[in-house]
Design a protein around this ligand. Structure first.
Ligand code: N2P
Length: 357
């Protein structure tokens, strides 16, 4: 009898432990069953009320995880073991995921709201016919600065960041392509350059910026700049708009040598368990009201023409955040440089980070 009780107890404990373990694994691996939807997005990149509304409307439960760079997102999806239903990478990462067969072809008949996207953002070279990706936000990379803290300096060129008056005053976003791109652009090279001499030259140039670099940071860059903890930041345009909402002394500019124009898009990775729900979510985000509220909440520029109509004019007519084609035509979109070159960029960026500490 005692033996039986003990066996029972043991089986019970083991089953319980297994339950806890699976629930933990499901959470950490982004498991989605029929009624859950697992979303993998950049940090600070959605209005959380929209997730709640989506859950209420569909009865699905959203599991939400974030990343802070395309490289981190790619590594996680490439290594497998995840079950993300929707992810939101940028164009060069999408092109790489397509190459690696990591994306599900979309069923446009399930995305009637796709008609709301401005034709200017459709059918771009990284995904012709939008077979795998649907526009989410777009923008530029540039410099946010606080005119009161920069000792009369004005900003036009990347090279202005090297001014000794900016000692310890610059915050950089933590992105390999963005920081390497700044180094390359400041020398007049393309931010897609793969010439080894140019890349080394860019690294050397960047290492001379280190006296001015206060820190390389993630999403906290917005709080630090708004609180005037530093005078200058290398940021994505939408973060600049968010910072300027908090502190209207600050301004944003895109350097004259050129910079990056980027497009973030919703995709369904082949890891998805709920492809139907993923389409429902994408369509939900394409709704004009949802897209407008999302843009207002996160501060980024929407590619949704119908949503633009709903946004205040002081947002949509601000050329810094809704630049026209004359400016965007001078900017470069990141190319998919291939696995080897991308990891080389990462290594060079790491080397720079080590110098900056
Ligand atoms: C938001 C990140 C925006 C990503 N925190 C720009 N591609």
């Amino acid at each position: 009898m005692k033996q039986l009780v003990r066996t029972f107890a043991l089986v019970f404990v083991a089953a319980f432990a297994l339950m806890i373990l699976t629930s933990y694994l499901n959470k950490s691996q982004g498991y989605s069953g029929g009624n859950t939807l697992t979303i993998y997005n950049w940090g600070d990149y959605i209005d959380p009320d929209l997730l709640t509304e989506f859950e209420e409307e569909t009865g699905m439960k959203v599991i939400y995880q974030t990343f802070d760079s395309n490289e981190a997102m790619l590594t996680k999806i490439e290594q497998g073991g995840t079950t993300f239903d929707v992810a939101i990478p940028s164009e060069y990462a999408i092109s790489k995921m397509k190459e690696e067969n990591l994306l599900v072809a979309l069923d446009h008949s399930k995305l009637p709201n796709l008609k709301n996207i401005d034709a200017r953002f459709m059918n771009l070279s990284f995904d012709e016919d939008n077979k795998f990706s649907i526009p989410y936000f777009w923008g530029t990379v540039g410099v946010v600065f606080n005119p009161e803290l920069v000792d009369g300096l004005t900003f036009e060129s990347w090279n202005d960041l090297w001014d000794p008056r900016l000692k310890n005053q610059i915050l950089l976003l933590d992105g390999a392509r963005e920081v390497m791109g700044m180094g390359l652009n400041s020398l007049g090279y393309s931010l897609n350059d793969t010439n080894e001499d140019h890349l080394q030259e860019a690294l050397t140039k960047l290492s001379t910026l280190t006296p001015n670099v206060r820190a390389i940071v993630g999403d906290e860059i917005k709080m630090l700049l708004a609180n005037e903890e530093a005078a200058v930041g290398l940021v994505w345009s939408g973060d600049a708009s968010e910072i300027m909402d908090e502190n209207d002394k600050l301004d944003y500019m895109v350097p004259e040598e050129g910079s990056n124009l980027w497009f973030d898009n919703m995709v369904i990775p082949t890891t998805a368990r709920n492809v139907e729900g993923a389409h429902q979510f994408i369509n939900f985000m394409l709704d004009p009201d949802h897209a407008a509220r999302n843009a207002e909440y996160v501060g980024y520029s929407t590619p949704n023409a119908a949503a633009l109509e709903l946004l205040p004019e002081d947002i949509t007519e601000d050329e810094r955040f809704y630049p026209d084609e004359t400016l965007t035509g001078k900017l470069e979109v990141y190319d998919n440089l291939g696995k080897k070159m991308l990891s080389h960029y990462n290594d060079l960026f790491l080397e720079f980070k080590m110098h900056s500490k």
